[in-house]
Design a protein around this ligand. Sequence first.
Ligand SMILES: Nc1nc2c(c(=O)[nH]1)N[C@H]1C(S)=C(S)[C@@H](COP(=O)(O)OP(=O)(O)OC[C@H]3O[C@@H](n4cnc5c(=O)[nH]c(N)nc54)[C@H](O)[C@@H]3O)O[C@H]1N2
Ligand SMILES: Nc1nc2c(c(=O)[nH]1)N[C@H]1C(S)=C(S)[C@@H](COP(=O)(O)OP(=O)(O)OC[C@H]3O[C@@H](n4cnc5c(=O)[nH]c(N)nc54)[C@H](O)[C@@H]3O)O[C@H]1N2
Ligand code: SF4
Ligand SMILES: [Mo]
Length: 742
Amino acid sequence: MATLTQSDSCYTEQFGPTLSFAPAGGWGSRQPDKLVKTHCCFCGVQCGIQLKVSDNKVVGFEPWEEFPVNQGKLCPKGVKRYLQNDHPDRLLTPLVRTDSGFRAATWDEALSKTVAAIKSIQGKFGKDAFAFLGGASMTNEKAYLNGKFARLALQTANIDYNGRLCMVSAGAANRMAFGVDRAANPWSDIPLAKALLITGANIAECFPILTDHVWRARDHGAKIIVIDPRITPIARTADLFLPVRPGRDSALANGILHVMIERGWIDEAFIAAHTHDFDKVRALVAKYTPALTERITGVPAASIVKAAEIWGPAETSMLLHARGIEHHTKGVENVLTYINLVLATGRIGKPGCGYGTITGQGNGQGGREHGQRCNQLPGGRDINKPEHREFIAKFWGVPEPELPKQGLTACEIMDAIERGEIKGLLSISFNPLVSIPDASRTRAALEKLEFLGCIDFFLSETARHADVVLAGSLQEEDEGTVTTGEGRCVRLRNSVSPPGDARVDWQIICDLAARLGNAAAFNYARPKEIFDELAAASKGGPIDYSGMSYERLEQNFGIFWPCPAPEHPGTPRLFEGGEFHHPDGRAKFHAFDYRPPAEDVDAQFPLFFTSGRVVSQYLSGTQTRRIGALVEQYPEPLCEMHPRLAAKLGVKDRDLVRVSTRRGEITVPAQVVTSIRPDTVFVPYHWPGRKSANLLTNRALDPISKIPEFKVCACKVEKVADAPAQPARQFPARSQRAASTR
Ligand SMILES: Nc1nc2c(c(=O)[nH]1)N[C@H]1C(S)=C(S)[C@@H](COP(=O)(O)OP(=O)(O)OC[C@H]3O[C@@H](n4cnc5c(=O)[nH]c(N)nc54)[C@H](O)[C@@H]3O)O[C@H]1N2
Ligand SMILES: Nc1nc2c(c(=O)[nH]1)N[C@H]1C(S)=C(S)[C@@H](COP(=O)(O)OP(=O)(O)OC[C@H]3O[C@@H](n4cnc5c(=O)[nH]c(N)nc54)[C@H](O)[C@@H]3O)O[C@H]1N2
Ligand code: SF4
Ligand SMILES: [Mo]
């Protein structure tokens, strides 16, 4: 809302990211007080890790070899995650805005200001004029609490979460095809597959530990197909790589199915017994000959045939995808056309046979299950279904008509702020200024708000625009549960308590609820009580946790849902025996003709722009841009381009280039690599401000999932200057940094 002043700037900006906080002699010289078995705070693989704790600080880690998914292995972010604890930028008190920047405040003052703003805005403009944004880095307990807080305490329809930028296309497609939204198989099925189709997933950089599972499949003789505009590290060891033009996946999947039908690699008996609507798909894909598919997708016809030859007759197979096919205005359609390839072979619901969208955020799965989405109530219930509303209204002890209706999705909330319809926003575990497309519009919207409150442990770029910042908790400062990308609910254990005056997130939410007159419904002594409530609320719903308890989760390295009774073992593999979760037990095929992206290339903007991730940085970067070892690995965004394109533009490696779209421009160094299509450039999005990829991206939404089209828009690239002789930014020397810790 206000402009930033000097007093708001952070340690990291002044001195560079931290390398280590070790005392003289190093932590190694000290015995830790305890080792805590918990999970990594970053991606949806949720590797097991043991955090080393000394003096209420996380000072290192040990592998946790018994946890079956990673067996002690960790990726570069996992081994450095402990450095976020005790970071000098850690918020230690609530902050309130003054005319000259932020000042520390007491909890009473910060909470009173927040509640006064909520009451004033809702009094003047109605309940829905105050919105809430949550996130999927938070535990299941907090996801549940966020939904309950918005519906009961704020009484607003406008609650949504950052998974709207992430998993919703896959979620909608899963529900449409299978009647339930979860990866169908445990990761332990990957090594049993004889064919793997990996599309739009940079597994080696984004889910590094799953690379090991893919390699084990290869060791067992699996053939691997990778589909991506870039030859990602996993593609380098694949049997077949299909360099798809961005935004063309639905055509490609239709083309592969065309060849499979022609060659008879279809399980007609399975299709007849367990599915609907294959005839519609068969009729549609008849026109997707390899030649037509090549024209649309840029993938050579021979490679399309080869993909069908690997996938069609395989004995066992798994489809894996991530945001590369989902971040599109036809994200749902892309996912459904690939799912057709699985259903057509009948290879699902058996060992080594199935399907998985690879969930992104640490609790990307659980974060989308317990009611913090605008269209959802706990237990994966549908806010528009009368019987689901009745169940939750009764569970919460309110009349059904008092439960708000479906509200706006995350990007739509920004649009409503821009239009002046939403006046106040409370955001927890979300950094929309960096992560939502068309960032200039996001900034203008944030500046328009009458009140912005943020709950975070660092002063994120969004929090800098806040009126009140509430100092919340790091993952290791609280306990709870998360549900991993394979649908396994696991326990996070408390390692340390929040430093200074910071508080655990759930307590902040409960304090706000109490001040809004809802103390009784938000009276919890610890997260276990919230978990028991969310499990009970899920009973009989599409996502049933009712048989789970902290004790059971601890005994079993977690439990896969559905788990509908205390004696139920959980469900690692869905759809065994061809039983799907639609009311009649059948899965559904979907026939989608290819349609172009919202913005395609043209004479003015002749190149495809796509964005995503690098291994050492995480999401909007709030956490990883503060950790020196990760920053050194990839200090600033680079624009990947092919040597042929570079030659045409007169650009050499590390020259500065201006990338512009209809929405904005950024100037970054070029990275000239042979691993990308010559008609496409790629920029990772983990940085804010003038280097933010989201200044360029298009806020066009998928009509079903409302995910924005991060993965394709049209751009042009021009050379600005020769590569600087020195790296663009110099951080203080290591010794200087070590001396200047808090
Ligand atoms: N290191 C790291 N790991 C992470 C994260 C992180 O920020 N950093 N974030 C986590 C989260 S929240 C998520 S959602 C996941 C994301 O995991 P991924 O989806 O694997 O990662 P992205 O880099 O977003 O995109 C994946 C690939 O899609 C390709 N792609 C672009 N356009 C298209 C297209 O039209 N079709 C196809 N087939 N492919 C295309 C890109 O070239 C890229 O290689 O990663 C999780 N893990
Ligand atoms: N151009 C482009 N943009 C993208 C994408 C892309 O591929 N390209 N990917 C999209 C995807 S898949 C995603 S998931 C989004 C992610 O986008 P965001 O959700 O905005 O990114 P985060 O960095 O996770 O922001 C979370 C904020 O919450 C804080 N935080 C983390 N954990 C907790 C917690 O437990 N409690 C509290 N109180 N705060 C916490 C962090 O410090 C950070 O400031 O970005 C999307 N944006
Ligand atoms: S693979 Fe994911 S969960 Fe595992 S260590 Fe890396 S970031 Fe953490
Ligand atoms: Mo994500």
